[in-house]
Ligand binder design. Structure first.
Ligand code: MTE
Length: 340
């Protein structure tokens, strides 16, 4: 289904028909799920496959007047100063072994813990985050540190579209057309010093805009890291678009990382700071759950998560559409050399 620029955020089937009291009640429920999910994660139940989540007795039961998730008919997109750059030319070398995921399916099944732990609710909650103006600081062990206005950066970079597989640590997978530029193009621009061995990425912490960031369960902002070798690999992208247009906020607007050979939690969204450092930096999930989420977090079918197998994956939205997980998510040829 195509995305459209529209004045209203989402065109929703059932909203008009929903009595306001029920709607407000559901909103409150969403808030409590966010808070409970956060507390649960810290106690050892962070990212997890959905079926496990459903069986988890520590999760709050739905109120009796709960209604099923709303389904948007189409995706609303921000008009940005760089809208004219999409669609970018597709690089045909990145082909897929599976169909592309439907755009609305991908945009309504998201992990974005700053807003909620409920994947099917993220899209409803993200509009409070102001994605323009937006700056990205690139700093640390570089000869040319810079603060970029995100649109200046996007305009400066060689945008291209690539079809990538995407594999979440929770076993769901998708295949989407990302638009962006190789991370190494940004690395060149800031000229790293010889002792820069790692890159640390930091997302936003804006409790005034994203009120769920006020709750104490997680310590924001979300942060991630790569070695310089990984960051310079051709597959590592900074992504600003999807399906031939800008990223909607739930996918990490205005700029996010995509490292398709790693579990999805490495692909940090809505980046504000990129810092070159000498030592391996901490990462959000590894610091919370070191025994469950490693720094490298490469997709490896023979290495189970301590609480579930990684041998198979399933394609959203159909849990029965299951297939074997591929080493490095099928990108062995491109990345195995990094870990030899
Ligand atoms: N980035 C931020 N800032 N916050 C998050 O909660 N979740 C990660 C990753 N990046 C996350 C994030 C996880 S667990 C996954 S699987 C992917 O985003 C999901 O990306 P998608 O919603 O675009 O599919």
């Amino acid at each position: 289904m195509a995305a459209k620029r529209r004045s209203k955020i989402w065109d929703v089937d059932r909203n008009e028909a929903t009595p306001e009291s029920i709607y407000l009640n559901r909103r409150r429920f969403l808030k409590s799920v966010g808070a409970i999910g956060g507390a649960v994660a810290i106690n050892g139940l962070g990212c997890k496959p959905a079926e496990e989540a459903k069986e988890d007795p520590t999760e709050s039961p739905a109120p009796t007047n709960e209604i099923p998730p709303k389904q948007p008919k189409e995706i609303d997109l921000p008009k940005t100063p760089t809208s004219d750059l999409y669609p970018a030319k597709r690089t045909e070398a990145f082909s897929l072994d599976r169909p592309l995921t439907d755009e609305v399916v991908a945009a309504t099944h998201n992990n974005f813990y700053e807003f909620t732990t409920a994947k099917d609710r993220v899209w409803e909650l993200v509009s409070s985050l102001k994605i323009r103006p937006w700056t990205v600081d690139v700093a640390g062990l570089v000869n040319k540190p810079q603060r970029f206005d995100v649109d200046d950066l996007i305009r400066k970079m060689p945008l291209e579209e690539r079809l990538y597989r995407f594999r979440c640590v929770e076993t769901w997978a998708m295949a989407v057309p990302w638009t962006g530029f190789p991370l190494r193009e940004l690395i060149k621009l800031v000229d790293p010093k010889s002792n820069a061995k790692y890159i640390r990425f930091t997302s936003f912490n804006r409790p005034d805009e994203v009120t769920t960031q006020r709750f104490g369960s997680f310590r924001w902002p979300y942060y991630e890291g790569l070695s310089m070798k990984e960051a310079n690999n051709d597959l590592a992208m900074l992504v600003t678009g999807i399906y031939g247009h800008e990223l909607p906020t739930q996918h990490g607007a205005p700029i996010r990382l995509i490292v398709p050979w790693k579990y999805g939690f490495k692909s940090i969204k809505s980046i504000e700071r990129i810092e070159f450092v000498e030592n391996q930096p901490g990462t959000f999930w590894n610091d919370l759950q070191p025994l469950e989420y490693s720094f490298h977090a490469n997709v490896e079918p023979t290495v189970p998560h301590p609480r579930w197998s990684q041998a198979d994956e399933w394609l959203i939205p159909d849990r029965s559409d299951s297939r074997p997980t591929q080493l490095y998510n099928g990108y062995e040829k491109q990345v195995a050399k990094l870990y030899g």
